[in-house]
Unconditional design. Sequence first.
Length: 287
Amino acid sequence: MEKFIDIVDLEFNYEETDGGRKINILDGVNLEIKKGEFLTILGHNGSGKSTLAKHLNAMLTPTAGDIFVRGINTKDSSRVYDIRSTVGLVFQNPDNQIVASIVEDDVAFGPENFGIAPEKIRARVDDALRAVDMYDCRKEAIYNLSGGQKQRVAIAGIIAMRPSCLVLDEPTAMLDPVGRDEVMRVIKKLNKECGITIVLITHYMDEATDSDRIVVMSEGKIARIGAPLSIFSDVNFLKKCQLSIPQSVELLQKLKAHGVQIPSFALNEDECVDVLAQYFSTNAIRR
């Protein structure tokens, strides 16, 4: 995969008003994000993952080190437009990003402010709404939508600006299970079918299982980078980083702890069902 974002020796801190003591939020972060990949960032509260997200589209700039987005340094204030049209940022509360009362008007807001020609905005809005499966709701009032639908509209508003990368900072944190499933389905679709680079920050371990890679952060540093299987099979490491494990992994581990000889590993519900079906089938034959 082609390198898309390059994070080099990134440090960031806020300065306290009393005494001028500096608090390090990010401390020597190095990471390459590949074009078209699905990258998930995990970490306990205060680990620095949300601060890192805000650096990826120049909402924050490094205290030290550099971030390059397609070769553009985010410290270059003259290129902020180029960076933010390349990397879109979606927050956990969709109400903080929705600015209009009607769905299609809200999605059109970004392209209008980017100076896109009016005749092109209609096509962009329709394409974005179709991408998040909200086209049939284009005339709906925002207040009539569910939480999951609102978040999909917020994502559509970013997509309408045609970014190559979406950074989503806990986009399902305020949603019920149905809304979470809706949003995650759309995120995976945008990655697999539209080729959009996804950087997902989440507290839900189950949302990370389909990632290409997982980055685990702790105390402002990267604790580990690896494939989902590698990360989630190391339960002691996850506990050390104050993280939970996916429910399917937890279930199989508890069964093994009680003497059930489960032959393989499962990251998600479907894989877990297959593993259990195989186990019961094999044991039924033996009996």
